[in-house]
Design a binder for this molecule. Structure first.
Ligand SMILES: [Zn+2]
Length: 77
């Protein structure tokens, strides 16, 4: 039995940080060279063309920004 291997990549969490600015990452890029990069929504947009050119696979979770704000439930701001 092997339940350790999930068929899909793990969702990005608050501990995943943009490699450029350190903000929370919403885009995970698997490079054709085998590495991995993380981008926040801002840098995902800014480097979009470049990312697509070098990526083997892109996990885009920027939709989370509009559907559920990254604030804690008890924040009233
Ligand atoms: Zn960033």
């Amino acid at each position: 039995m092997n339940t350790a291997v999930a068929p899909q990549p793990a969702a990005l969490t608050a501990s995943d940080r943009c490699d450029r600015c350190g903000a929370q990452a919403y885009l995970r890029v698997e490079l054709q060279t085998g590495g991995e990069l993380l981008f926040c929504a801002h840098h995902a947009r800014e480097h979009g063309d470049k990312i697509r050119a070098i990526a083997a696979k892109v996990q885009d979770e920027t939709h989370k920004l509009t559907t559920s704000p990254a604030t804690s439930p008890d924040s009233e701001f």
